[in-house]
Structure formats: C-alpha cells, structure tokens
Design a binder for this molecule. Structure first.
Ligand code: GDP
Ligand code: MG
Length: 163
C-alpha cells in the first residue's frame, strides 16, 4: 500500500537530512545555515520493505520570529493535509523547545497519525531529549540519527502499523 509521510518540525532539526536518507539521494539541500531549503519537496522513499512518498517541509527559515508561527502553522497544516502520516522531528541535543510545543499542538489538534522522532541522537546524545519528548503527548519518541542512519529500524517499527 502506498502512503505519504510528511516530515515536519522547526528549522535545523534535520528534516532534509532524513528526507535525503529516505529517498537515497540529495534532493533536499542540507546546510549548517538555516535558510537553505524552500517550501515543500516530494520524493520517492524507501524504508526496508516500505515504499512511500515523503514530503520535506522547509521554507520557514527566512521569516522573522514575529511571522514564524503563522507561516510555520500554515505550511505544517498543508503538509499534514497532504500526508497520511506525519513524522515530527525534534533535536534530541537541544531537547523540547517552545517552538516544538507549538508544533505538537498543531499535530494533536489535526489528529493526524504522528510519529515523534528525536533526531541527532547518535551515541548517547539525545538521551535527555528523548525523555523530555514524552511530555509532548505524542506517544513513544523514536531516537534516531538522520545523519548517521541510526534508529531506522525503530522508525520502521512505529511506522509499519500505521500504514
Ligand atoms: P532542517 O532545517 O530540519 O531541514 O535540517 P537539516 O537537514 O538541514 O540539518 C540541519 C543541520 O543538522 C545540518 O548541519 C545537518 O548536518 C545536521 N544534522 C542533521 N541530522 C543530524 C543528526 O542525526 N546528527 C547530527 N549530529 N547532526 C545532524
Ligand atoms: Mg530543510
């Protein structure tokens, strides 16, 4: 069965890095400087035996703090509407931020099927973030490292029953 997975979350948590890993090539730009990727990007993804469409949400990076919330909300809502399942990423090294909480609210209200990913959690990094992530009320957080390919088996384990 084919489905669409949207990767959402605030700038710089590693959405595009994960998108690239899932599609197996560099379609989305990744950069240390926020501001590189734009809007919504689609690709054909593979995770073990699952084949699906993945959406990378970007385009939030250029706005000022004042307009971030509105723009983020609209873009995220658009992605949620296009998607069957949302993968909400946070940065496990930074832990839960107020902006993450805004995203969690949006996702809970939209009652989409949501997987909570705690990224940048290679090695022991992200241990604290993974514990904090339970407070978002989105169920079991999946620890992962988009950059190093860790946690893809756990992502699969949570994704499979939702498909
Ligand atoms: P986006 O703004 O959410 O799309 O984030 P990007 O994918 O552009 O990544 C932002 C920064 O985080 C880049 O410097 C990435 O190399 C870095 N990054 C992404 N995933 C990981 C990860 O799993 N571990 C670490 N340590 N850094 C990561
Ligand atoms: Mg990006």
């Amino acid at each position: 069965m084919s489905f669409t997975l949207a990767i959402v979350g605030r700038p710089n948590v590693g959405k595009s890095t994960l998108f690239n890993r899932l599609v197996g090539r560099k379609l989305a730009l990744v950069d240390d400087q926020p501001g590189v990727t734009r809007d919504l990007r689609e690709g054909d993804a593979r995770l073990f035996d699952l084949r699906f469409t993945v959406i990378d949400t970007a385009g939030l990076e250029e706005v000022t703090d004042d307009s971030l919330q509105g723009r983020m909300r609209r873009l995220t809502e658009r992605a949620v509407e296009m998607a069957d399942i949302c993968l909400f990423l946070i940065d496990g090294r930074m832990g839960v931020t107020p902006t993450d909480e805004v995203f969690a609210d949006i996702l809970r209200k939209k009652s989409a099927r949501v997987i909570l990913g705690v990224n940048k959690a290679e090695g022991a990094a992200g241990d604290g973030g993974a514990i904090e992530a339970w407070s978002l009320g989105l169920g079991e957080p999946v620890r992962m490292s988009a950059e190093h390919g860790e946690g893809m088996d756990d992502l699969y384990r949570l994704l499979r029953p939702l498909v």
